[in-house]
Write a protein that binds this ligand. Sequence first.
Ligand code: ASP
Ligand code: MG
Length: 250
Amino acid sequence: MRVLKFGGSSLATRERIEGVLQIILRAERERGPVAVVVSAFGGVTDELIAISKMASQDNQEYKARLTGLQNRHIDVLRELVPALEQSAALVTLKMWFNDLEDVLHGVFLIGELSPRCLDYTMSFGELFSACIISHALKAKGADCDFLDSRELVRADETYGCAKVLFEETYKRIRDSFDTEKGLRVITGFIASTLGNETVTLGRGGSDYTASIFAAGLHAEEVEIWTDVDGLMTADPQKVPKAFSLRNLSY
Ligand code: ASP
Ligand code: MG
């Protein structure tokens, strides 16, 4: 078993997503079983945070932004999945958007956004992306299922940066993968508390989710796919002169 993780910028446009689908299908075909962990599509977590803050600050514009986010996801689904196979995913996406709308309406009325509530609103990005990617893989003939990592990854109540309860989590991961075969597309970044509250594992946490699944499954490898070539000397967004290293020892 290998765990492959794809981040938001690899999932920012339809073309990039198509590329990711090909990588996943080829990996399975050529090198055996994989589990896939995905982040939210590029920019979606930031947008969910912005929308949640707007709602809490009495700014009605949050509604239009939410509609924009919904349209973006439905458009991607329509582009990736043939019309006859879209309905199940559309129903799920619409249900989630309704839940999100209800919570944001509550935030708007009360004028307050608690860390717990923000974790809940942020969690939708990974639900949307994993749902769409799993349906797109299914449409390409893969025996594939969506997996909500909140069912398996248990953590404490440190909202925004929850600490994983490893013993419980590894047990759940192993049990789940023992009984269910086939390719799974797993939501990165999100987990749940023992009381079933949604929490997140810190920004950029999908890499961490991939590592947790890899460790729990004693995977041969975890592959963190990204869209820059190789390893750079620094974060190019912070250091414009950063360049790719030609060689690197362990
Ligand atoms: N979507 C989350 C974030 O933007 C997690 C991740 O991308 O790894 O922080
Ligand atoms: Mg990242």
